[in-house]
Design a protein around this ligand. Structure first.
Ligand code: FES
Length: 165
């Protein structure tokens, strides 16, 4: 795909997201989510394009690229970097930690040879920590894509990871 095509795709996706969610301040996150859904992340060029298409002095809509980038960096469901085909989110909060979370986390990092936020060279896995998923009673908790695994132990991890192509 040429750069020109990527840029025209981004412009079209941004336009469609803005048409769907409207030119208003509380639409920033839904617009970024839509872009994230299409590309798997929010490409750098998209921040410039969203700003360009959103700004509307008559409606008093002003937004800086840095503000949009800040939102995309802050929210777990958005990414500013391409992610793998499968995203592993590991709950790093204390209730999961005290029931064996550290051993699960260490095993995940070692078996995938990844640090937090990294993606494997074959683009299969992205490893992320997350805050409490609201499932503390079954900690340690690992989320892979939309699948939740509770009471995870290090020795269960190979079989769990094998389920994913
Ligand atoms: S602390 Fe891990 S799910 Fe709540």
């Amino acid at each position: 795909m040429s750069t020109l095509t990527i840029e025209s795709d981004i412009a079209a996706v941004v336009q469609s997201a803005i048409e769907k969610h409207g030119k208003k301040h509380d639409a920033f996150i839904p617009i970024l989510s839509e872009i994230n859904h299409v590309f798997g992340y929010v490409p750098g060029e998209a921040f410039r394009e969203v700003r360009k298409q959103l700004i509307d002095p008559t409606e008093r809509i002003f937004v800086a690229e840095s503000q949009l980038f800040g939102l995309a960096s802050f929210y777990d469901m958005l990414s500013t970097k391409p992610r793998g085909r499968h995203v592993i989110k590991f709950c790093e909060n204390a209730p999961c930690h005290v029931v064996g979370g550290k051993a699960v986390w260490d095993t995940l990092r070692e078996s995938l040879n990844l640090k937090n936020g990294e993606t494997t060279p074959d683009s299969k896995w992205t490893l992320l920590t997350t805050s409490c998923l609201g499932l503390c009673s079954v900690g340690p908790v690992v989320l892979i894509d939309d699948d939740v695994y509770g009471n995870v132990t290090p020795d269960q991890l190979p079989a769990i990871l094998e389920r994913y192509e």
